[in-house]
Design a protein around this ligand. Structure first.
Ligand code: NI
Length: 137
């Protein structure tokens, strides 16, 4: 598994992109709407560090609850995997609890992603790199 990105919750996506740009980040992938999760997603990068900016669209978004609790902040660490089932099993064996079923991520070349919760370090995302259309759209 390799680190792919850090997921970062933001309330105002366009303004967050501008703010990250003033901090030296560059747009890596333009805004994409994930219909299933009801979120807007933008990827920005600096010095090899990729941040996924995630913003809810509507009250039934998967992150609507989180954003009222945490506002603007990092909330998950994403690993890319070439052996999705094996790495998912490994993470589960380490005490991470799977919190959704693997499903397609339009913002990641339609590769599958699944989220797990570690009781010690919070949310981890696993991204099936080899089945997607590439790292980004
Ligand atoms: Ni992510």
């Amino acid at each position: 598994m390799k680190i792919h990105h850090i997921g970062y919750l933001v309330k105002k996506l366009d303004r967050a992109v501008e703010a990250f740009e003033t901090l030296g980040f560059q747009l890596k992938q333009k805004k994409i709407y994930d219909e299933h999760r009801k979120i807007h997603i933008v990827f920005v990068e600096k010095d090899g560090y990729v941040i996924e900016l995630v913003s809810p669209v509507g009250k039934d978004s998967v992150v609507s609850g989180l954003i009222t609790q945490y506002r603007n902040m990092p909330y998950h660490l994403c690993y890319s995997s070439n052996e999705f089932e094996k790495d998912l099993k490994y993470l589960s064996q380490q005490g991470c609890v799977q919190i959704d079923e693997p499903c397609i991520a339009p913002a990641l070349g339609n590769g599958r992603v699944v989220f797990l919760m570690s009781p010690v370090i919070g949310m981890i995302e696993l991204y099936e790199k080899n089945k997607g259309g590439g790292d980004f759209v």
